[in-house]
Design a binder for this molecule. Structure first.
Ligand code: ADP
Ligand code: MG
Length: 275
């Protein structure tokens, strides 16, 4: 399949890491790595007794006493049925949603107290990928990614250098001038991954990024996210895709009715027990 070949070629490319922190060659095969939790390493996300009650549903918290810590470099799946609270939790990290009570720290910032004018700076540290890609329909792949950098005031020279590079890295070097409707679903999602990571955010959050894609294409997107994770980026992926989660053996946090019902270091195996 051409798309898969493109993704695999992009992932295999030694240039892949140039946009990110360099890979330590001794750690080249990190697929079994467990992110270090050395004493003194602060979690990139910390939630304590976090609760969100939407006004429209006063008797049914969307998040109910969430406690979790996610450390730099982790790859975490967030699973649960529709309505279990996955999107609300991710939107809390982006501060699109303000929690009702409890504590949430993201990259050391207290989101219960953060000033409105600081929120854009918070969001710049977080790449976000959504199920529906959210590409601008009248802009090419190149322009969609460039726009993300223009919005945060990056100089034109930086944009001209970084955009083609990141598009090549996701396997779209030949399709930079295509409009979204000239691209397949998998290609559009790779544009949105490129857009999310072009600013080299330390944290990448993905809300059902493969929800609209065929299984083979989904695997390519997941492998791309895993490769991004190996460069040091913390990655959180909300998904329904049980097979994908089972095949990747990563940390799995399961939500049900707004509560964490399972938190395992290796999805399905639980070598490290629960937090
Ligand atoms: P998931 O992403 O796991 O499907 P959501 O976070 O979207 O879960 O939803 C969790 C719960 O919060 C559901 O009961 C949903 O109906 C409710 N909810 C989500 N967004 C809103 C909103 N903006 N206003 C009111 N209720 C909401
Ligand atoms: Mg959702």
């Amino acid at each position: 399949m051409r798309q898969m070949a493109d993704v695999n070629a992009a992932i295999a490319s030694p240039d892949f890491t140039t946009v990110f922190s360099p890979l330590d060659s001794a750690d080249a095969e990190l697929s079994d790595r467990v992110a270090p939790r050395d004493p003194g390493v602060e979690p990139v996300i910390l939630m304590e007794h976090l609760t969100k009650v939407y006004a429209a549903q006063p008797n049914k918290p969307a998040l109910d006493d969430i406690n979790l810590a996610i450390y730099p470099g982790e790859f975490v799946f967030l699973v649960g049925h529709s309505g279990s609270g996955k999107t609300t939790l991710l939107n809390t990290i982006l501060r699109n949603v303000k929690p009702s009570s409890g504590k949430v720290l993201v990259a050391g910032q207290d989101l219960m107290r953060i000033k409105n004018r600081r929120i854009p700076f918070l969001r710049r540290q977080i790449g976000a990928v959504f199920q529906d890609y959210k590409l601008l329909p009248n802009k090419t792949a190149y322009e969609n990614v460039a726009f993300a950098l223009q919005c945060i005031g990056k100089p034109r020279g930086v944009i001209r250098a970084q955009v083609p590079e990141v598009l090549r890295l996701v396997g779209l070097g030949e399709q930079m001038d295509s409009l979204p409707d000239q691209l397949s679903g998998g290609e559009q999602q790779r544009v949105s991954v490129a857009r999310a990571m072009v600013n080299r955010p330390p944290l990448l959050i993905c809300d059902e990024p493969t929800g609209n894609l065929d299984p083979a294409i989904s695997l390519g997107i997941m492998k791309l996210l895993e490769r991004i994770n190996r460069t040091g980026t913390t990655v959180i992926v909300a998904t329904h895709d049980r097979e994908m989660v089972d095949s990747m053996h990563r940390r799995v946090i399961a939500l049900e009715g707004g509560r964490v019902i399972r938190d395992q270091e290796r999805g399905g195996y639980g070598n490290y027990g629960t937090l």
